[in-house]
Design a protein around this ligand. Structure first.
Ligand SMILES: [Zn+2]
Ligand SMILES: [Zn+2]
Length: 152
């Protein structure tokens, strides 16, 4: 299974985009590949897939620091509004830092520039943090207890 939740292995799914072998054909694929890039700490790709505006707001060092600190466990695409120049993806991305499960709930705007989709901006929704206990089922949905799985 790919990091993004689709059944193919990473190499046949988001890996093709993250390695830059081919361009993501639409905003949803790009969004999935950016999530997977966080899992792989592919910082070059995360910067490459930002518009200029998004790069200004998400400087490389901050993106790198966040990718290193956060252990991403799950992506849930909630809505996708395709378009020619503009497209929107609403998603929830779950990640663990220390013993807390955090959620980014965002409606992202993507723009197409020179046949490449770029992340441009996002509208954040409030999402609650959850304290994880050792014996909780792991939020990555592996079926294992947190302490035997994603607990660092
Ligand atoms: Zn994928
Ligand atoms: Zn886990």
């Amino acid at each position: 299974m790919c990091h993004c939740g689709l059944p193919q292995p990473f190499a046949d799914c988001c890996g093709r985009f993250v390695s830059r072998a081919i361009d993501a054909p639409d905003a949803q694929s790009l969004m999935r590949s950016r999530y997977s890039a966080f899992c792989e700490q592919a910082i070059d790709y995360l910067c490459f897939t930002c518009s200029e505006k998004a790069l200004e707001q998400n400087p490389r060092e901050e993106v790198a620091e966040f990718a290193q600190a956060a252990h991403f466990v799950r992506l849930h695409i909630m809505d996708y509004e395709p378009g020619d120049a503009l497209a929107y993806v609403e998603f929830k991305a779950f990640y663990i830092i220390a013993d807390t499960l955090h959620c980014i709930h965002e409606r992202s705007q993507f723009i197409q520039q020179h046949h490449q989709w770029k992340y441009d901006s996002g509208q954040l929704f409030e999402a609650a943090d959850v304290k994880l206990r050792r014996n909780d089922p792991c939020p990555c949905l592996s079926g294992n207890k947190f302490k035997k799985c994603c607990m660092s």
